[in-house]
Design a protein around this ligand. Structure first.
Ligand code: IMP
Ligand code: MG
Length: 185
């Protein structure tokens, strides 16, 4: 795999700006759930760095659980329309206040089908926290209650977001230069 520096066209959101925004979101969520117990649901794998940092900025008691859904395969950058649960929660969400934590809302299909599925389990409340939003790409309506940043229609990587499963570890969000990028064979 190429070094990220060879495929990066620009840093869209630097690490400091990301951390400052995560801190603000954590403070806002702490205030909103001051009197309510909370369960954060991290959508694997892209939501991991964001969920971990956000959880550390939430000062009220909360639990964290994980689920995985498939909408993108390696080498495929379009959402398939509906998401399939590939790893389910360990927690019974019935009567709980649930906050879904996702890296990015693109077409909206992934979150939209996850929300529909989770609603059938009758949580007390169900909200969405997304680090990034690409509004130009939206096909399915998704309510985003907490948003980090709205971004233009560019393919990005870093801070959880991958390029064919690589670069999730980077502390910033960068734009890929598709002319320079050579996908792994
Ligand atoms: P949606 O179903 O189209 O909203 O797709 C959401 C999922 O697609 C996200 O959870 C990401 O995993 C992936 N995705 C969408 N846009 C990007 C991007 O720019 N970089 C990396 N992954 C992305
Ligand atoms: Mg994702």
């Amino acid at each position: 795999m190429q070094n990220y520096k060879d495929v990066l066209s620009e840093i869209l959101i630097d690490a400091e700006t990301l951390q400052a925004r995560v801190k603000e979101l954590g403070a806002q969520i702490s205030a909103d759930y001051l009197k309510d117990d909370l369960l954060l649901i991290c959508i694997l794998r892209g939501g991991v760095p964001f969920t971990v940092d956000l959880s550390r900025c939430i000062t009220t008691p909360h639990m964290v659980d994980f689920m995985a859904v498939s909408s993108y395969g390696v080498g495929k950058r379009e959402s398939s329309g509906s998401a399939r649960v590939t790893l389910d929660l360990q927690t019974d969400i019935r009567s709980k206040n649930v906050l879904l934590v996702e890296d990015i809302v693109d077409s909206g299909h992934t979150i939209s089908s996850v929300l529909q599925m989770l609603e059938t389990r009758q949580p007390k409340s169900l909200k969405v926290c997304a680090l990034l939003d690409k509004p130009e790409r939206r096909e399915a309506h998704v309510p985003i209650h907490y948003l980090g940043f709205s971004i233009p229609n560019k393919f990005v990587f870093g801070y959880g977001l991958d390029l064919d499963e690589y670069y999730r570890n980077l502390p910033f969000v960068g734009v890929v230069d598709l002319e320079k990028y050579q996908p792994p064979s």
